[in-house]
Design a protein around this ligand. Structure first.
Ligand code: 13P
Length: 245
């Protein structure tokens, strides 16, 4: 399975932050893994120019489901592709919460991303209360099924427990392994056993815990928030992923 270290800058960073791409490119070249950086919209074009010709690719953090039109403040997948983005995160829990994005809205975004030639990075994950109630598998399973259009192929899935995002808390290694084994099985059922969908873990991934997480079966990399903002934090995560056999 293809290994990905993906940085989600969220609403952080500025033009000066793009300088870190040089160090990330060097770490990517040594590691051989796939690296994607997802900065805020206004930085996308500069980021694609800065990463052009390197092994680091650029993604966006959301997209509108329509190709154009009167939708003030929104950005289409076509425009993301036009400025050189190759990936787009969809269904992040912060978008689901802040912008009330439903599974069906996420599904429509997935389709627009594919039509524009982008690779969707679909996020799913349970709340703390859902985990405490023993409903993790049920919740992520229904999110996955309802967010994917029929015949979905060639996307990335990110399992991000909502309570682990930005908190420093992570599930136990056994818990992560259990969810990823379930997702690998479910993806084989939905998309076919030869579909080769990479499944990433996200939520408080740091240089200090990355190697242990990456060593788990069915974990094909990480979607990283806070620790993707500085090269000194993100490059060791890229390197750790490169060490996984
Ligand atoms: P943190 O790595 O800051 O916990 O964020 C995870 C995340 O939400 C990535 O999309």
């Amino acid at each position: 399975m293809r290994k990905f270290a993906i940085g989600n800058w969220k609403m952080n960073g500025n033009i000066a932050s793009l300088k870190m791409l040089g160090e990330v490119q060097a770490a990517q070249a040594l590691s051989g893994v796939s690296v994607v950086i997802c900065p805020p919209y206004p930085l996308l074009h500069a980021a694609t120019l800065a990463s052009n010709g390197s092994g680091v690719e650029i993604g966006a953090q959301s997209c509108h489901h329509l190709a154009n039109g009167a939708h003030t403040g929104d950005v289409s997948s076509d425009l993301l592709a036009d400025v050189g983005a190759r990936y787009v995160i969809i269904g992040h829990s912060e978008r689901r919460a802040d912008h009330h994005e439903s599974n069906s809205a996420v599904c429509a975004q997935f389709q627009s991303a594919k039509t524009a030639g982008l690779t969707p990075i679909l996020c799913i994950g349970e709340t703390q209360a859902e985990r405490a109630a023993g409903r993790t598998i049920e919740v992520i399973s229904s999110q996955l099924k309802a967010s994917l259009p029929p015949q979905a192929q060639a996307f990335i899935l990110a399992y991000e427990p909502i309570w682990a995002i930005g908190t420093g808390l992570i599930p136990s290694l056994d818990e992560i392994a259990q969810v990823h084994a379930f997702l690998a099985h479910q993806l084989a059922e939905i998309c076919g056993s030869d579909s080769k969908i990479s499944v990433l873990y996200g939520g408080s991934v740091k240089a200090s815990n990355a190697a242990q997480i990456f060593a788990l079966p069915h974990v094909d990399g990480a979607l990283v928030g806070g620790a993707s903002l500085a090269a000194k934090d993100f490059c060791p995560i890229v390197t750790a992923l490169g060490h996984v056999q």
